[in-house]
Design a protein around this ligand. Structure first.
Ligand SMILES: Cc1ncc(C[n+]2csc(CCOP(=O)(O)OP(=O)(O)O)c2C)c(N)n1
Ligand code: SF4
Length: 317
């Protein structure tokens, strides 16, 4: 057994996965795009958890953020716009042994993919879902998304978006069987890593809304948060995130929030004066659909074989 810088006990040097073992193509995102930091954190997570690349899958829809699987040297599925979740569920139901991550954009998840999103929460399969929320359609060049703030000028709302934005956290917290909801921001990497790590360890549908900068189309959108740390409310708890003293000195606005308190989570999610960052809700007792299905399995392999043989016999000459 060998030691390593991160303190993990290893079987042999050859079996230790390094950061480079998860790095694939050089990302084609714009300089300063928040997706770059999210990618680095996920590669770190895979390395720290020593996830075998052949047992790990990143699934995405379509969008800038959905290019994610191309940059991970794991299995990946760059699917159809809005369809990342059903693809990921299909993978998980057949191969519950795989680590399945989902990358989706605010357009991909909250617009064309809404129906899949709502039902995926209810089915509560063991997936780690990152919703990269840059509040715009990036790939198709700046159209308003459901999370675009009211008044935002875009190519589809030249006079300003004229309906209130959808709140992805409140929406997720309103669905039956919700089991994990967090919010992260791409510009506080330590907290981002902690949140993503807790989401990964939660067994069930872990939804992380990530405020993600798009310097290409909305270069100043998150400036108020970057310039005024008081706009960010860090949610701390022994069952949530804990904040270092150095980070506390920058972000003194904190609240001790017990993630098992669903009503308080809903109140926090709907606050407009501050942006909560941390674990809003966690319930480890919600059953996962793949386990429910496995327990109800009524067909043995022999029964499947016999049924197939009967079908083939119909075509025998
Ligand atoms: C069925 C279908 N409709 C529309 C499109 C065009 N389209 C591609 S990406 C996209 C929006 C992506 O926005 P978002 O999910 O927010 O991701 P971002 O690019 O901002 O990361 C749209 C409308 C498509 N590819 N397929
Ligand atoms: S357009 Fe925006 S979201 Fe897309 S890669 Fe560039 S900065 Fe990132």
């Amino acid at each position: 057994m060998l030691g390593c810088p991160s303190g993990l006990a290893l079987k042999s040097e050859d079996e230790y996965y390094r950061l480079e073992d998860y790095q694939s193509n050089v990302p084609r995102w714009c300089t300063g795009c928040g997706d770059n930091g999210i990618l680095t954190a996920l590669q770190r997570l895979c390395r720290d958890e020593q996830l075998p690349p052949e047992k790990t899958v990143f699934v995405s829809g379509i969008g800038c953020s959905s290019r994610f699987p191309h940059y991970m040297k794991t299995y990946g599925f760059h699917s159809l716009h809005g369809r990342a979740l059903p693809v990921a569920e299909g993978i998980k139901i057949r191969r519950p042994d795989l680590n399945v991550f989902v990358n989706t954009g605010d357009g991909d998840c909250c617009s064309i993919g809404t129906a899949h999103w709502i039902h995926a929460i209810r089915y509560n399969m063991d997936l780690t879902v990152m919703m990269h929320d840059n509040r715009i359609y990036g790939l198709t060049k700046m159209q308003a998304s459901p999370t675009s703030p009211k008044g935002l000028k875009s190519n589809t709302s030249p006079r300003g978006a004229n309906v209130d934005a959808l709140n992805p956290l409140s929406t997720t917290l309103g669905v039956a069987n919700v089991s994990f909801v967090a919010q992260a921001v791409d510009w506080i990497p330590d907290l981002f890593y902690d949140i993503i790590s807790q989401a990964f360890h939660h067994k069930g549908f872990s939804f992380i809304g990530i405020l993600q900068r798009c310097p290409n189309y909305l270069p100043t959108l998150f400036d108020p948060w970057l310039q005024d740390p008081g706009r960010t409310l860090l949610l701390t708890h022994k069952n949530g995130i804990q904040v270092s003293s150095s980070l506390s000195s920058v972000y003194p606005n904190q609240e001790e929030h017990d993630p098992s308190d669903l009503n308080r989570a809903r109140e926090l999610a709907s606050r407009k004066d501050v942006t909560p960052v941390g674990i809003l809700y966690r319930n480890d007792d919600v059953p996962c659909y793949e386990d429910v299905r496995a327990a109800q399995k009524i067909y043995t392999p022999d029964m499947v074989k016999a049924a197939l043989d009967r079908q083939f016999d119909n075509f025998a000459v």
